[in-house]
Design a protein around this ligand. Structure first.
Ligand code: IVH
Length: 684
């Protein structure tokens, strides 16, 4: 390669890396796998090493940022007290051994003690605790300054607002504790499933969804998607001694302060033990609640870490060993189309079964029409299948070397495979939809959802029974559930009398199911169980929800008026009930005798005056009731419930793991009571 060619290649590689950094860090929408990205970076590094003059010339002519930058609009930037560095990484055992050899030489000792930790596939965050109180949560940003995401991070249930005092680990005056925000696979799948049903593009993996979520400007939407956090790292600490002397000891302190830490770390000596630990971690990691993409090997002694120091990019005392994503090659036999509850058509790859990362894969989602075209996947191709986020199989692409002329580009059907209605392309959506509201598959899925355990929960009306009733033509809509006739059902087989009566009794009983179950059952886009409960608590009846206006949800300045319900949800609800069919459905249900059980209202009319004029603040976990239940009792006794402690607070009701509110109450001399004392005040 001539120097001129090298320069061109280096420039092209740099631009490509910068493009993928932008997609990954800022947009949370990567276009290539981590493995491909790392390969690209490695090629770039090799070229730069081979042609240093060309590399310098490119750097001068078109400088690019060194590390990814996640900072985005709408957030305050905050400068880390101590920069957040990135890690050198490798996929090769030999390079991991070289890492140790370098350190052994530098520090002049062979038997170095290390800690091996899981490498969590989340997004890096730095929490600052001052005198034990959480004051700030900041993303990595460009490593020097990041986005202040404190308000959003506070929605993470497992994140304590104050550090627990313990004898073994004094709380530092100031400490930056670092770790990763992540989303569990279960939560990721729940959100993606809902998106798929709405015809929206799926999120690529839990990491990107977590990254996108922490950057939402609407805090109540953040709260609806459950984020989690795990902490492992040390930033600035004052006094420095409060962090301890070793990385392993630091983990213990972090745990003692009540912060969530990784499930397991390995304390080892020498590189052979490091390697054994890395392999053991690879076996265990699938049981962790977060995704892992490798192991991080760190010198255990903090003093040795300081001695080893850092390069401009990364510490010399740590190295990430990354596990290659497990991948298999198999033949694509067919592409089938699934029709969802809202009519969205999802293409599914029917594969020659293949064993991959612990299970046999025979089907994988192809997401949507554009995705098939972009990857140019054809029936008959040999395709690569990877487990993204470790569990969900995804078709990565076709092996072009094995393509035969019989493999023709896939033509997406123009008609619904279930009812034959021409499909439509909705604006702003990637999915194609069957617009026929009466499409039998859609009817089936709608009714199945409504009758499911997460909705009105009708025992005996499972998927198979719904299919039968739809086929018979007796079930064309949700209200039809309440129009089933005993004499029809009895014709479904011999000796079905008992099951028929049980089913009819369950249908009858479901008329009085909790209001939130009906709201969830209506299948309004974006409205899951948690939102349905919030809505039920606020509106108290189906009629009130049906008639709600945007102003009932969103106040001036776009603030949300109902806890847990952000603008996207509000718009979805309004849009849903703007459609006459959806309004008719509710009135039909009510006419058929559906009488949802209204929740104990938060603002219940007082039935006594035991707490009249008193304001209570609730914090922590109560032994036998939820905070909502306690609030309902207080309000029923004429008391008020407020969110923050002030001099005017009459009592703080504190349960287990009460945090900053308890301290504030003590500071202000507000009386603190527990659940038993509340019950006494209520005359119990
Ligand atoms: S240590 C100066 N430990 O991986 C050392 N990082 O690829 C900084 N990560 O930016 C990081 N798990 O966001 C460390 N156990 C772990 C980790 C970890 C995940 C992330 C971290 C870092 C990135 C580098």
């Amino acid at each position: 390669m001539t120097p001129a060619e090298a320069k061109k290649q280096i420039a092209a590689h740099r631009a490509e890396v910068a493009r993928h950094d932008e997609l990954y860090y800022r947009k949370a929408k990567p276009a290539i796998s981590d493995l491909e990205y790392d390969r690209l970076k490695r090629e770039l590094a090799d070229l730069e090493k081979q042609f240093p003059a060309a590399a310098r010339a490119v750097a001068v002519e078109s400088p690019t940022e060194k590390v990814g930058d996640d900072r985005s609009e709408g957030f305050q930037t905050y400068r880390h007290r101590l920069a957040m560095q990135s890690l050198d990484n490798t996929y090769s055992e030999a390079e991991l051994r070289e890492f140790h050899a370098r350190l052994a030489k530098l520090l002049d000792r062979e038997d170095l003690a290390y800690v091996v930790e899981p490498k969590i596939d989340g997004l890096a965050v730095s929490l600052t605790y001052e005198k034990g109180q959480l004051v700030r949560a900041v993303t990595r940003g460009n490593g020097v300054e990041g986005d202040d995401v404190t308000a959003n991070a506070q929605t993470i249930h497992s994140l304590p607002h104050s550090l627990k005092k313990t004898k073994s680990a004094p709380i530092p005056d100031v400490i930056e504790v670092r770790g990763e925000i992540f989303m569990t696979l279960a939560e990721f799948q729940r959100i993606n499933q809902a998106r798929e049903e709405e015809g929206l593009e799926r999120y690529a993996n839990p990491r990107n969804l977590a990254a996108g979520t922490i950057k939402l400007l609407d805090r109540s939407e953040v709260a609806q998607r459950k984020l989690e956090i795990v902490l492992y790292g040390l930033g600035y600490c004052e006094p420095a001694a409060a962090a301890g002397e070793t990385q392993s000891g630091y983990h213990e302190r972090v745990r003692a302060w009540g912060l969530p830490t990784v499930e397991k770390i390995w304390k080892v000596r020498g590189i052979d033990e490091v390697w054994n630990a890395v392999r053991e971690l690879d076996q265990l990691r699938h049981r962790f609640s977060y995704g892992t993409d490798g192991a991080v090997v760190k010198l255990d002694a903090l003093q040795l870490q300081r001695d080893a120091g850092s390069t401009s990019k990364a510490p010399r005392w740590a190295m990430a060993y990354k596990f290659a994503a497990e991948r298999a090659e198999t033949q694509l036999r067919a592409i089938t189309i699934q029709v969802g509850r809202t009519g969205v058509l999802t293409p599914v790859a029917e594969l020659e079964p293949v064993f991959l990362a612990g299970s046999t894969v025979a089907r994988a989602t192809l997401h949507n029409r554009d995705e098939i075209a972009r990857k140019d996947i054809r029936v008959g191709d040999f395709v690569f299948v990877e487990k993204a986020g470790e569990v969900i199989p995804a078709v990565i692409g076709a092996n072009l070397a094995r393509r035969t002329p019989e493999c023709r580009p896939y033509v997406f059907p123009g008609k619904c495979p279930s009812c034959g209605t021409p499909v439509v392309e909705a604006e702003g959506e990637v999915a194609l939809r069957c617009p026929n509201y009466d499409c039998p598959v859609q009817v089936r899925r709608r009714v199945q959802h409504f009758a499911s355990k997460a909705c009105v929960d009708i025992d005996g009306l499972g998927e198979a029974m719904v299919d039968t009733l739809v086929e018979k033509g007796w079930l064309k809509s949700i209200p039809d559930i309440y129009r089933q006739r005993r004499e029809d059902l009895l014709t479904l087989g011999k000796s079905v009398e008992k099951s028929t009566d049980n089913l009819l009794a369950a249908v009858e009983a479901s008329k009085r199911a909790d209001l939130w179950r009906f709201i969830h059952g209506l299948g309004i886009p974006h409205i899951g169980v948690a939102a349905a409960k919030d809505l039920a608590g606020h509106f108290g009846s189906l009629e009130a929800l049906t008639d709600a206006k945007l102003g009932d949800f969103i106040g001036e300045k776009k603030t949300s008026r109902i806890e847990g319900i952000g603008e996207t949800m509000a718009q979805a609800i309004i849009g849903h009930f703007n459609q006459p069919t959806n309004r008719t459905l509710v009135s039909e249900l009510l006419a058929l005798g559906v009488a949802p059980a209204a929740p104990v209202k938060k603002t219940a009319t007082a039935t006594s005056t035991l707490l009249a004029g008193k304001t209570l603040v609730l914090t922590g976990t109560l032994p036998s009731m939820t905070r909502e239940e306690a609030a309902a009792k207080i309000e029923a006794a004429g008391g008020k419930v407020s969110g923050s402690v002030s001099k005017k607070t009459s009592y703080l009701l504190a349960g287990a793991e009460a945090g900053s509110k308890l301290e504030k109450a003590r500071e202000l001399g507000v009386p603190v009571i527990d659940e038993a004392e509340l019950m006494k005040l209520l005359g119990g």
